[in-house]
Design a protein around this ligand. Structure first.
Ligand code: NAP
Length: 284
């Protein structure tokens, strides 16, 4: 068997078309939803900022970009978030990771105003997702779910096994899959006999950040495999899933070109939702 490749590009295209039609319906002269983008100096944050800038430019969505110096302190950061929270010209706020040393993820979750929280990091948005009533969900896991939907892959009633339980990908992904009526198992670094669990998965979703963690014999023949992992090995981007899994799986997301590009498109969708222009989003 050679797996169907679930690439992100057609999903991005479909989301862009929807975004364009919503923006085209704005009255002439109406302000466009604006993203405040807070960018730390880490190279991975700079690379992500570049991808966001590129996609938002194609949709003519304005970005107000601010640098976060590595020396930034808690009170300075709190002041910045407060200022953006009360600025009527700012629709959504995104603080890229890894944050400067003094800024904990917990502080970000406490400070982020839920009505401008474009990536679902505030405790209010996390709580809504955890109880099955998402308003703004984190863009990477939501993108993974939309990718499955786009390719007509059934989620309800199926056994989804998630590897990873971080607040960025694994944990919100498990909540989204539950909200979509999957039966969900969450695995992590302390899981005993990972392969025994992954072999039971109809849908295997991997976000561990461990190159080639998932080998072909860990996958049930005919399963659908979604790879969120991004690592650089010998100068090349690789995922958490061995590409040879394609010989057993029915469908597989490639790395690069799978879940990654969908993340940025989902951010734009979340932004339009926060602007009140897409009330029914997210559609699970
Ligand atoms: P993270 O915070 O490091 O979390 C990794 C998770 O994987 C943890 O829950 C960890 O378990 C688990 N894990 C690690 N090694 C494992 C193993 N050998 N067996 C089972 N579980 C294991 O990483 P993250 O932020 O969630 O990101 C995960 C990956 O997704 C990374 O490669 C990252 O670059 C990528 N990513 C992609 C996108 C995208 O747009 N596609 C966006 C964000 C992140 P413990 O909890 O027990 O430590």
């Amino acid at each position: 068997m050679s797996a169907r490749l679930l690439t992100g590009a057609p999903v991005v295209e479909a989301l862009h078309r929807r975004i364009e039609s919503i923006l085209a319906a704005l009255p002439p002269g109406a302000p466009r939803p604006t993203l405040a983008l807070l960018v730390p100096s880490d190279p991975s944050a700079l690379a992500y900022a570049k991808a966001i800038r590129k996609q938002f430019r194609t949709m003519n969505l304005p970005i107000r970009e601010m640098k976060l110096a590595e020396s930034l302190g808690e009170s300075e950061f709190a002041g910045l978030i407060q200022q953006l929270a009360t600025d009527p010209a700012v629709t959504g706020i995104l603080a890229l990771q890894p944050l400067p040393r003094a800024i904990s993820r917990r502080l970000l979750s406490e400070l982020m105003p839920p009505n401008k929280d474009v990536d679902g990091v505030s405790f209010v948005q996390q709580g809504r997702l955890a109880v099955g009533d998402p308003d703004v969900a984190p863009s990477t896991p939501l993108g993974g779910l939309l990718l499955l939907r786009h390719y007509g892959i059934e989620i309800a009633g199926r056994h989804a096994v998630v590897i990873g339980r971080s607040p960025v990908v694994g944990r919100p992904l498990a909540s989204l899959l539950l909200a979509a009526d999957a039966t969900v198992t969450v695995c992590h670094s302390r899981t005993i006999d990972l392969a025994d669990l992954t072999r039971q998965a109809d849908l295997l979703l991997v976000a561990a950040g461990r190159p080639r963690l998932v080998a072909p014999d860990m996958v049930k023949p005919g399963a659908v495999v979604v790879d969120f992992g991004v690592s650089v090995v010998d100068g090349r981007l690789v995922g958490d899933v061995d590409p040879a899994v394609a010989e057993r799986a029915a469908a597989l997301t490639p790395v690069p070109g799978g879940t990654g590009p969908v993340t940025t498109a989902v951010l734009a969708c979340n932004l339009l939702h926060l602007a009140g222009l897409w009330p029914e989003w997210p559609t699970l």
